[in-house]
Each structure stands twice: as C-alpha cells, then as structure tokens.
Design a protein around this ligand. Structure first.
Ligand SMILES: NC(=O)c1ccc[n+]([C@@H]2O[C@H](COP(=O)([O-])OP(=O)(O)OC[C@H]3O[C@@H](n4cnc5c(N)ncnc54)[C@H](O)[C@@H]3O)[C@@H](O)[C@H]2O)c1
Length: 351
C-alpha cells in the first residue's frame, strides 16, 4: 500500500510533535509539505524532518496532489477556515485543539464533515488515548462506582506575560477565543466530560486576575456542571499559579471514589472489598505509553492518536476522537464563556 502523504499547516510549537509521530511510521506515512505564514518556520520544520516542499499559502498545499492528510497546527481562529477548505479539497484532516474558537466555525466544520463522510476528520485530544484514561473510562463505565454523584477537574498552571506577548494570537478573544480554559484546561475539561458521558448544562464565571497588563482574556475560571447522567460537577482552572502543571480529576459514586493528581491515583476507595482490590490491582499493573514527543505535560497520547488516524484512513473507519466528539468539548468551553457573559446557565445543544 502507498504511504499516506501528509502536509503540516502551522510550523510553530506543536508541529514537531506531529512530525515526529508521523515519522514513527515510515511505511505508512510520508511527510510531503510544511506550510507556515512565516517561511523561516516552514523551512526549519522541513529541514529537521526532511520534508521536501514548503509554502506560505495553505491553499497551495491543499491543491497539491501529493497530500492525503493535513495536520492543522495553527492558532485557534484559523482552524475552521483551513479545515473546511481541506475537507472540500478532498483531504483527510487532523486538527489540533481547540477545534474551533467560536460556534459558527465549529458548525461550519461539522457541516463540512457531513459533506465528506468518506474522509477522516479527527480532533486532537491526545489524553483520551493514554492508558490511564482508557482504564478510567473502563472502570467508570463498568458501574464500579455505583450511581455517579459528583465529578470535578482542576488544573493549575503558569503562563508568563512573555508567553502572551510573544505570539499575537494568544490571550485574545478574536484569535485564541479565551486563554486558560480554551487552551490549557481544555484537555482536562475534555477528559471530565468524556469520562462522565457528556454535559447537559453549565454555569460558569471567569476573571483576569494576574495578566491584565499582557492579555485580554481569562486566567481564572470556574463552572458548575450537570452531566447527561444527572450527576453534578465542577471545573476550575488558572494559568496564574506557580504550582506549575497540576491537573486533578475526581469521580465520586455511591459505591466508590477515584481521585487522580497528575495521572496518579491519590484516592481509590470502594465499599466492596473485591472491587477495591480489583481496581487497585489495575492501577498498580497498568503501564504508561513510553513514547513521548514534545513537552512532558503533552503526555504520550499524540503518538497513539496519530497512529489511530493513520489506521482509520487505511481501514476506512472513523477515528477514535472524531471532530464531532472534540466539538462537544468546544461547546462546553464556549458555554462557560457564554454563561459568564449572560449571567445564566447554558444548556448545551445535542450535536
Ligand atoms: N495537544 C497539545 O498538547 C497542544 C500543545 C500545544 C499547542 N497545541 C495547539 O496547537 C495549535 C498551535 O499551537 P502552537 O503553540 O504550536 O502555536 P504557535 O503560535 O507556536 O504556532 C502556530 C503557527 O501557525 C502559523 N499559522 C497561523 N496561521 C496560519 C495560516 N493561515 N497558514 C499557515 N500557517 C499559519 C503561525 O505562523 C505559527 O507559526 C493550537 O491550536 C494549540 O492550542 C496543542
């Protein structure tokens, strides 16, 4: 079989992680184009990963016959126009989070996906692919926690003024669509809603407490959630904390509780001794994926997600994280912002 030919659009911080993951599959994947508005960035990625062609115009890449799949690694606001154009040009698409920064863009992307049902359209949420989160989903779905009561997610991290001043799109409503919630916290918002089986209503609020001199969006956010199951929960995030990168996830049911910090269990408590022993054994024996590209907190999921996308294309099936699934988390994030602005709880539309 011919390798799947790949064009990477956006050659900044995350692009080398995508390129390195594709390069793990020399027989199945071939990097053919690197595109960036800044030719030096496109050139640097091309040189490092031996990509033969570069351009500053993504439309040139989309018109090329030697591209089957595009990895979209640009700022949030450009995801929708690039993904729609790529799907209409007949390409498969893997788009970085956040899939979109506004509802209109997300709607357009999902409509484009409907126009091209034979093409793979995946949204990056690499943490769904990590063994610990797959196991967590398995345990929650098995009913081991009983009737779900509450679930919570917190993430504390630090983004400096230099980070926001360094790239014009960061910390803006127009291009990033927010800050800590839509960029850093979105990974754990996604895990919370995916592991709990979806969110129905959200009531949120946000503030800019420590970044007023360098960006216009939020550096602190909280929200109360009602899950589709009827359970309730909360999310809380800040990028103004010197605790660095510290995500926590809590799940509490009538029969048991699981609490994780930085992917490690800090509480596993079940009423039934046999269930307790079984869950504990699973956490003790499961192994994390060893292959990591990029910063440590990206986790190892990109490699697994890119492997899945390549297989989905080869097998003519849907990817593990479809654009529609990734879009549900965008809806939740945008619901938090809308709730703050209107002062009302937002009911999320079923997609
Ligand atoms: N999954 C993860 O763990 C993870 C980690 C970091 C970033 N990201 C996501 O990846 C995306 C990019 O983030 P980044 O930190 O690499 O940003 P970045 O600013 O470092 O890089 C983005 C690049 O895209 C280019 N670009 C913008 N518009 C373009 C266009 N129309 N055509 C061609 N190039 C264009 C810019 O010139 C820039 O070089 C964002 O969606 C971000 O949220 C995901």
């Amino acid at each position: 079989m011919q390798p799947i030919r790949i064009g990477i659009i956006g050659c900044g911080v995350i692009a080398p992680t995508h390129a390195a993951c594709y390069r793990q599959h020399p027989a199945q994947a071939q990097l053919t184009w690197a595109c960036d508005l800044d030719p030096a960035r496109a050139g640097a990625l091309a040189e490092k990963f031996e990509i033969p062609q570069t351009t500053t115009d993504y439309r040139q890449l989309l018109a090329a016959a030697d591209v089957d799949l595009v990895s979209i690694c640009t700022d949030h606001a450009s995801h929708a126009p690039i993904a729609c154009a790529a799907l209409d040009a007949g390409k498969h698409v893997l788009c970085e989070k956040a899939l979109a920064h506004q509802t209109e863009g997300l709607d357009a992307m999902l409509q484009a996906a409907e126009r091209h049902p034979g093409q793979v359209f995946a949204g990056v949420f690499q943490h769904r692919h990590e063994p610990v989160n797959q196991m967590l989903r398995d345990i929650i779905q098995s009913g081991a926690l009983g009737t779900m009561l509450t679930a919570a997610m917190q993430i504390r991290c630090w983004r400096s003024p230099a980070y926001y001043r360094g790239d014009a799109w960061r910390g803006t409503w127009a291009q990033e669509g927010g800050a800590v919630l839509i960029n850093q916290a979105i990974h754990y918002v996604d895990l919370l809603q995916w592991l709990m089986g979806g969110v129905r209503t959200v009531s949120g609020t946000y503030a800019n407490r420590a970044h007023q001199d360098c960006m216009e969006t939020e550096d602190a956010v909280t929200a109360a959630l009602t899950f589709a199951s009827g359970a309730v929960g909360t999310l809380e995030a800040t990028c103004a904390s010197h605790l660095s990168w510290e995500p926590t996830l809590h799940f509490h049911g009538t029969e048991g509780s699981i609490e994780l910090r930085n992917n490690h269990p800090v509480k596993l408590l079940f009423r039934d001794a046999a269930v307790q022993a079984g869950v504990q054994a699973r956490f003790e024996t499961h192994t994390e994926e060893a292959t990591r590209f990029g910063k440590a907190y990206y986790g190892a999921g990109h490699a697994a997600q890119i492997t899945d996308v390549l297989r989905a294309i080869a097998e003519g099936r849907a990817p593990f994280v479809t654009a529609r699934a990734a879009g549900a988390t965008v809806d939740l994030v945008l619901g938090v912002y809308e709730s703050h602005r209107t002062g009302r709880a937002v009911t999320l539309a079923a997609r």
